[in-house]
Design a binder for this molecule. Structure first.
Ligand code: UDX
Length: 457
């Protein structure tokens, strides 16, 4: 590790796993390059700092009158758009104060790295204390290109398109179809529009963008974005594959049980199914998934988060005796260490909602995907996985009945001679190569470090 004594980077993640995980991985990369790291984290979903002993954590409390500032604001039942609105409103003022306090203490603060979703407010706060701000975009460049086109797409009427046109092309953004546009079901589409445009403007006003992607995967999309944004770009992903000096992960009893079960399966025989940390499904869809996985007759490992199935606690809507009938053939768990699961030789297929982290993690392990996107960037990612990189097949949510699931799983599990498995291995190799000496991501990381160090000269 290089020593950069007294140089500190302050990071401000959005408090969802799909955003926190890449931010903490990036923190590990900075730490390995000799920087100290302070994470400013909302009281909402505050992590256990003892799991990350290399970093200093500060809580951003909220300023809601009459509530304990360290409590979690009331958000139950809110859709994603309202939740993000509430988080932005609730925490921005105390972020400003906490940042100011950090900057006035001990070490030289080199820069702030804030999640792009926080938007322009973090720019104002950073300016007030004279600190430069970099943005971490946790999603891919292809989806960002679509977000950046929101004003144009709105003017052209794409967001009010009738169902009959959903399969039509978005001429301005090939290869996207209208149904791939990164929207989310919400009662407040104007607020979604504001969040997205604030994110894009916040990127434009930053001192640079750090991407969890790599050139061989998204070269054209990165170039396209960079020609419209006059800020430096640093595609240094995949973050989780960089060497860093994080302490070895301790495995709990459940992790060990899953590894033992995977160890007993044939190579590339297991279907791993997970829809990330935010998506939810109707009870009816849940039952179709359960029966489809069972009927495929492949061993499966399925993550069902408490809260995944709307209106239920966990598995109570499964038919009586379902798990007993499956026996050792299938496992349903509340959460897994996904990086370990995807890297296990027994895993042959990932049925995913195509969150960007899941997409990158699967690509890095050469695991083909079945794509069932639920909202926002997941739809764009799915189109690229299926039609551009051609490392997966789409199974649309509206088509998710048990017969279709069985059929898609079976066909994705056999090598149909269409080259999909070879392409998966080729991308895995590209991901490895970009992190090797003189690989694109290693070079961009060197540039990023020089860029940060230039801020105080
Ligand atoms: C959210 C958005 O939904 C997604 O569209 C966006 O790209 C990122 O933010 P999420 O839905 O949680 O993310 O999906 P994803 O991006 O795939 O992130 C999930 C993270 O949780 C991954 O890093 C994955 O490894 C981890 N995970 C998931 C686990 O470690 N265990 C699990 O059981 C499930």
């Amino acid at each position: 590790m290089e020593e950069r004594k007294g140089r500190r980077i302050i990071m401000f993640p959005v408090p969802f796993p799909g955003h926190f995980n890449p931010m903490i991985q990036l923190a590990g990369i900075f730490h390995h390059r000799g920087f100290s790291v302070t994470i400013l984290h909302t009281s909402y979903n505050f992590p256990d700092p003892s799991r990350y002993p290399h970093f200093t954590f500060r809580t951003i409390s909220h300023t809601n009158e009459g509530e304990d500032p360290l409590s979690r604001p009331e958000t139950s039942g809110m859709d994603l758009v309202s939740l993000i609105r509430v988080l932005k409103q609730t925490y921005v003022e105390s972020f400003r104060e906490t940042l100011a306090a950090e900057v006035s203490g001990g070490d030289t603060v080199c820069c702030l790295v804030s999640d792009a979703i926080w938007g322009r407010n973090t720019e104002d706060a950073a300016k007030e204390v004279g600190v430069r701000r970099l943005v971490l975009r946790t999603g891919g460049a292809a989806s960002f290109r679509a977000f950046a086109a929101f004003p144009l797409l709105r003017d052209k009427g794409y967001f009010s398109t009738l169902d009959s046109r959903l399969d039509g092309p978005v001429i301005e953004l090939p290869p996207l179809k209208v149904k791939d546009l990164p929207v989310v079901e919400t009662n407040d589409p104007d607020e979604l529009y504001r969040i997205i445009t604030d994110m894009v403007e916040g990127v434009k006003s930053s001192s640079g963008v750090i991407w969890n992607t790599f050139e061989d995967l998204e070269r054209d999309q990165l170039m396209d974005c960079s020609s419209n944004f006059h800020v430096p770009f640093f595609p240094i992903g995949p973050f989780h594959k960089h060497s860093n000096d994080s302490p070895p992960k301790t495995k709990n009893k459940e992790d060990n049980e899953i590894t033992n079960w995977l160890d007993k399966q044939q190579p590339k025989s297991v279907v791993y199914a997970s829809f990330g940390s935010l998506a939810d499904v109707e009870e009816k869809e849940f039952l179709e998934i359960a029966c489809g996985l069972r009927n495929s007759e492949h061993p499966f490992l399925w993550v069902v988060r408490p809260g995944l199935v709307r209106g239920t606690e966990w598995l109570e809507s499964l038919p009586c005796g379902f798990m007993e009938n499956i026996g050792h053939k299938g496992r349903i768990v509340k959460w897994v260490n996904q990086l370990d699961v995807l890297a296990h030789p027994a895993v042959g297929l990932f049925w995913t909602h195509c969150g960007w982290n899941s997409t990158v993690e699967s690509i890095c392990e050469g695991v083909p995907m079945i794509c069932t996107p639920c909202f926002t960037d997941q739809r764009v990612n799915a189109r690229y996985i299926a039609d551009v990189w051609r490392v997966g097949k789409v199974l649309e949510r509206s088509m998710m009945d048990k017969g279709e699931i069985e059929q898609v799983v079976r066909s994705a599990m056999i090598d149909e001679g269409d080259g999909m498995r070879d392409r998966c291995l080729a991308f895995k190799e590209m991901a490895d190569n970009c992190l090797a000496k003189n690989g694109s991501s290693s070079n961009y990381l060197d540039k990023l470090v020089r860029h940060i160090l230039s801020f105080d000269s």
